[in-house]
Design a protein around this ligand. Structure first.
Ligand code: ADP
Length: 497
């Protein structure tokens, strides 16, 4: 029997932990690629080298033959280099390439927007045209021809289009297939129509059958239109975005058209990093066997956030980017009622300025019930997962969601809205037979949110046995990447033919 074919995969992404992270994409980019490599495939990653990436810490070095490459972005010749490093903490070494150009990436610490104004960088079109084009220059220079280019979100959206148009006649690229993964459809990578010429795509694609969306162009639409296969990060989200206008975010037409090429694959979690038995970032490690040690983390959490520790008063934690899509408008509307409940609420998040203001005011108004840190802090995220009794995720939509999976394995019972990946991972607690692993509500309104939180608090306070079972069920979940990584491989093989 012939040995199974090893694939060469170039994974192009705009964030990777621990190099740089704004959301779940960074976790996925590291964990999925490691698992693919462990399964015997040859994976290399390409990402931009932003100013925030610490060169020394990550031992980023120059590669002589990848220095001073050039490509065109619009009319301009742009010189860039590709530098080299490796994924951190991987069992099998995974090569990471970093696109180095001072003007577009190096001088900016933040990824997509100006931290002072909160506005997207006005040259994001040029920045991510450069990322897309650098893929082809890198392959040419290396002579390493991948079977698959796996690109992610709008930042990688032009790559499939380039493969099918301006680079299609180059024999080097003719057998390469492209997978495009949607981690979040709400970011469309939109630019004025005048940006179209900078992409250098054939003029017929300056239309809805190409990358035009209304009176703008969209890099996300480009990915959806030109990729050989499209994946997204849960089955429910795949269904929602391809059948319902309110989830389709302007892409329903193309997603409907491409339905047979669209797959939902749930993310796994990296159990080397998110596991209460080995987590170095929490005060006290614990497992199903010594679940009572979780209390020590609850005490530390209460202390850290300046709240009084009470064993019988549950702590509801939330870790989230602060945007409407994450259900922040619901929280804001329900806040008064939330503060009436016999529970503490601890929030970690950053995002929309209006929510920063709202929570800053709430801090002063409810100092004994509510506390928050409005910033990004990985250590605090681990502490909240370990120390809270419940974790709230009332998302309007949620492609996959990682926090509810982290919370389950930390014995922190999730309270979620039934959508996307939340619906695929949280099973509603049934009081009659004690089944389920969390709490969930369907209707996106304050009353449903408060009702389900109240139900959770009631079980926590009055039915210790049921609560313990909920915790244990969650802690025994298996969100290993293995089965999901295998599904990606099946798709790669299918499109290669
Ligand atoms: P999304 O990718 O939409 O932001 P996910 O739940 O898939 O949502 O992933 C969010 C990831 O980012 C989780 O790992 C979560 O812990 C982390 N995270 C979000 N906000 C913060 C923050 N303010 N500080 C630290 N980690 C955060």
């Amino acid at each position: 029997m012939a040995a199974p074919r090893k694939l060469k995969i170039l994974f192009v992404t705009s964030e990777v932990i621990p190099f740089v992270k704004t959301g779940g994409l960074a976790d996925v980019s590291s964990a999925l690629t490691q698992k693919l490599q462990e399964l015997g495939h040859h994976v290399r990653i390409l990402m931009p080298k932003y100013g925030a990436i610490d060169e020394r810490r990550f031992k980023i070095h120059e590669v002589v033959r990848l220095k001073d490459l050039s490509t065109k972005v619009g009319k301009n010749e742009v010189i860039f280099s590709i530098r080299s490093s490796f994924l951190v903490g991987a069992k099998e070494r995974v090569q990471l390439y970093l696109l180095d150009n001072k003007h577009y990436f190096g001088v900016r610490r933040s990824l997509y927007s100006d931290p002072i104004t909160g506005k997207e960088f006005p040259d994001n079109d040029e920045r991510f045209i450069l990322l897309a084009k650098s893929v082809f220059e890198l392959i040419k220079k290396l002579g390493w021809i991948p079977d698959i280019i796996h690109c992610n979100d709008w930042q990688g959206g032009l790559i499939p289009a380039y493969l099918k148009t301006i680079y299609k006649d180059d024999p080097m690229f003719q057998n390469i297939k492209c997978v495009f993964t949607i981690h979040n459809l709400s970011y469309r990578g939109e630019f004025p129509k005048s940006s179209f010429v900078k992409t250098e795509l054939p003029v017929e694609f300056n239309s809805p059958k190409g990358i035009l969306l209304g009176n703008k162009i969209s890099f996300l639409r480009s990915g959806l239109t030109f990729a050989d296969a499209i994946t997204t990060v849960s089955e429910t989200y795949a269904k929602e975005i391809s059948t319902m206008k309110e989830y389709g975010n302007g892409m329903l037409d193309v997603l409907k058209k491409r339905k047979k090429d669209l797959y939902g694959i749930i993310n796994g979690i990296d159990i080397k990093l998110w596991n209460p038995e080995v987590d170095k970032q929490i005060p006290k490690k614990y497992s199903v066997k010594n679940i009572s040690d979780k209390k020590i983390n609850k005490q530390a959490l209460a202390e850290k956030f300046g709240l009084e520790y009470k064993e019988d008063v549950p702590v509801i934690g939330m870790i989230s980017r602060l945007y409407d899509s994450k259900g922040l408008d619901l929280i804001q509307k329900a806040f008064k009622d939330l503060m009436k409940l016999d529970a503490y609420f601890i929030l970690l998040g950053t995002g929309d300025r209006k929510y920063h203001k709202f929570f800053e005011t709430a801090l002063m108004k409810y100092p004994t019930k509510f506390s928050c840190y409005l910033g990004f802090d990985d250590g605090l995220a681990h502490l909240i997962e370990a120390g809270s009794d419940m974790l709230l995720m009332p998302s309007k939509f949620e492609p996959c969601g990682l926090n509810q999976m982290y919370s389950l394995v930390y014995g922190t019972v999730p309270i979620v809205r039934e959508t996307g990946g939340l619906a695929d991972t949280v099973v509603k607690f049934n009081e009659k037979d004690g089944t389920g692993n969390g709490f969930s509500f369907k209707k996106y309104n304050e009353a449903s949110l408060i009702k389900e939180i109240s139900r959770a608090i009631k079980v926590y306070k009055n039915d210790k046995k049921a609560w313990l079972k909920l915790m244990k069920t969650g802690m025994k979940s298996n969100f290993n990447w293995l089965s999901s990584a295998k599904k990606y491989i099946e798709i790669y093989k299918k499109i290669i033919g």
